[in-house]
Design a protein around this ligand. Sequence first.
Ligand code: CDP
Length: 207
Amino acid sequence: MIIAVDGPSAAGKGTLARGLAQHFGYHFLDTGALYRMVGLKMLRAGADFSEAVRAAQIAQELDVNEFEDADLRTEAVGAAASRVAVIPEVRSALLQFQREFAKREPGAVLDGRDIGTVICPHADFKFFVTASAKARSLRRFKELLGLGIPVTLEGVTADIIARDARDASRATAPTKAADDAIVVDTTLMTAAEALKFALAAIETSTK
Ligand code: CDP
């Protein structure tokens, strides 16, 4: 069983994907963390984002045990992630790991941008989670403050808008709802409501 959860930044993908994984007892993979890790390593190495070979090498050698890094969630790293995410060689270096993860039994929930379109086009269920730019900026602002990261709402909003534009317009695997994805607009939903909506959609289509 594979559940794909895609959508733009801070729409509530991760929360919904984790909730679904917990509900069904499935494995969960935050694929954004893979791109964030590559972005963070490029930043720390002082590398230029146009160095595709170097970025792909870093992607190839990622160690999933390092993913507790406190800097991973910052918007600077989010921006770096979206810079490396346009590089086709980086995406292909991360593809196999994601596909293998998706095969885990009894099931897996993956969240990202291209899970339903590229990584797992045959996923059993696909959700595209979205929300207004204002709601998403406010959520990310609160999330970062909660993590003790000093930010302003204006700064977070600008970062999110720039990142979404880059993610949606790139040539390889842009953020896009799969034709058969169920759209979940969380603008006016709590996390619990979004989970309830997704579970109801799964139940309806398995009847
Ligand atoms: O948490 P948030 O939604 O802001 O971002 P994320 O899921 O951690 O992803 C960070 C960046 O990685 C995104 O802006 C994308 O550029 C990239 N990404 C991607 O290209 N493909 C994925 N499957 C996941 C993330």
